[in-house]
Design a protein. Sequence first.
Length: 400
Amino acid sequence: MRVRLINIDSFEDASKRMERIGVDTTGIRLMMPKQFHYNLYLEELLPAQANIVKQEILSLGGEASVAAGSVSCRVDRTDCILSGTLKQLNGLVEKLRIQPYGLKVLAEEIDRVLHNITEPNTILRGRTREWNVARKTLIMGVLNVTPDSFSDGGLYLEKSAAMERALEMAEAGADMIDVGGESTRPGALPVSEQEEIRRVVPVVEGLAREGMAVSVDTTKAAVAQRALESGAEFVNDISAMTQDEGMIDVVRGHNAGAFIMHMRGTPQTMQTMTRYDDIMGEITGYLAERIRALAEAGIEQERIAIDPGIGFAKDVAGNLEILRRLGELKTLGRPILVGTSRKSFIGGVLERDVSERLYGTIATVCAAIINGARIIRVHDVDELKDAVRMIDHILRAQET
């Protein structure tokens, strides 16, 4: 007799393992929800709510960690770490649906989060195309038509050079090209609307004519409008459509896709705002609020992908923590975009200049995909494509 540890990482994996040892089909169905354990973070519960949640999950064999003083109501509010198997948490949802103190609302929120984790919507729609990001990680090639971007500023200001570079990235395996006409590096100065349009639109138009999927990296509604009219599929807005009040109308009006990012401040101020009490808590809460706002404004959720904003109002430790905890964003139910390419935190860890950060970039991209990223934004498509493909095969071995 032997005992060994196994890693069960999906419902399909659990089912195949049980089939292999001869478990009957009814048993597989009943035991599947017991194979997966989750820790959920509940915020700002009243003591009465916390006490009921704790009692009910304990009765099901799970656990709830709350503040000392919750039972005696010596605290006004408490957060809670809720721990249990999928079966236990689903049981809790049913119990809370018939409880007072607003716990029915909490039950629906827990149910929504569990659904996002276990049955994610993997379709991402642009203006005219769609992708299933469960099948492969999408590669977004970076094309900066700017004089001052931190890595490639000035290289692709001319349309001919930009087109040539984009064609190279597409040939190397880029699924889409992200065209930006204003640098967002720390300390970068703003660019006028007219200048950004002058830089971006001819390139977007040329790439769309070549049949490429294009994203426009801008916070300005007028730039997005012209780019979408010229054939762009997505708007990549680092302000999550908060900087220009017209952006939502533009995206909705064109049925375009949207990449929304977490950031504090502006490129001029963001690196003075890198201190967080709970970095992933803030990022998740902010992106959840933006998803709700866009949905209420009429933008379909299948057109939205989320970006934690590596390097935007984050220091080295914060960026590394985001990569470690990236999977927490799965609770939002939307594909995760990560852009680590050549960024300064890699240089901070490895003591490498921008031109020497390729291997560090590869490591961060692999970590991001393993932890849940489904779109990666990179400069070095040809050098990254094999790493991305290899990680995809490791994660989806049961599908190949």
